[in-house]
Design a protein around this ligand. Structure first.
Ligand code: GTB
Length: 217
């Protein structure tokens, strides 16, 4: 059955891979599932046809036959459940991998998003200069906790899983800020994720959409 996802017609990041279709593309690449992409403009995202798929008028969405999904956590989980490669067979290891998916989305991503939003959209506000250091400290706190737990392992719980896919996707948002480099084991972890052939294919696909050219080098 054909899988179709939606993505920005033109991502605000110009193809740095930060829009969330990248994590869905990455999951599909990891499990070897081909997919099609329907590009949507900001205007089209708010129209009834798209809202029927995504009540909040956002990307990405996922369609497969009669099934329509939104929310990257749910989409990646669905892909991981249906196809081998992203969740371990052992029931306890599987439950732990799912726990890391939730931790990435519910515990690590919120302070990162708050910081990214403040920097991008609120930088001109009078209170921004005072608030930003506070938000950076919240991100640092979370990263230091993750870094301590993670130690020098390659992946969060043994083999690469959907938990790592989600955690790396969330941490990637910090790459340009320099904060990640304060935690060498996390920076190396993200680099390991980016080095996976499936990630590279996902990144290249979204870059081509946004620049018309595949990556060089
Ligand atoms: N919780 C949802 C999920 O995980 O699927 C969040 C989905 C979401 O935030 N979608 C964003 C969107 O559609 C795109 S990814 N925004 C348009 C809108 O709400 O009107 C978030 C995103 C957008 C742009 C960048 N960037 O340019 O750096 C990074 C991340």
């Amino acid at each position: 059955m054909t899988i179709t996802i939606t993505a920005f017609e033109r991502s605000p990041d110009g193809g740095k891979g930060l829009a969330r279709d990248t994590r869905v593309r990455w999951a599909l690449e990891e499990v070897g599932q081909p997919y099609e992409v329907r590009l949507v403009s900001f205007r089209a995202m708010k129209e009834p046809a798209h809202r029927a798929l995504h009540p909040f008028g956002q990307i990405p969405t996922y369609e497969e036959g009669d099934l329509a999904l939104f929310e990257t956590g749910a989409i990646v989980f669905h892909v991981a459940e249906r196809h081998a490669g992203l969740l371990p067979d052992d029931a306890n290891a599987r439950a732990r991998a799912i726990t890391w998916m939730f931790a990435a989305l519910n515990t690590v991503e919120p302070p990162i998003l708050e910081f990214a939003t403040a920097k991008l959209l609120e930088g001109d506000k009078t209170w921004s200069e005072e608030r930003l250091p506070l938000l950076v400290d919240r991100v640092r706190d979370r990263l230091s906790q993750l870094s301590a737990r993670f130690s020098d392992a390659d992946w969060l719980d043994g083999k690469f899983s959907a938990g790592d896919l989600m955690m790396v996707s969330v941490l990637l948002r910090l790459k340009l800020s320099g904060i990640l480099n304060e935690f060498p084991n996390l920076a190396a972890y993200v680099a390991r994720g980016e080095a996976r052939p499936a990630y590279k294919r996902a990144f290249a696909a979204q870059l081509t959409v946004n620049t018309g050219k595949p990556p060089t080098g």
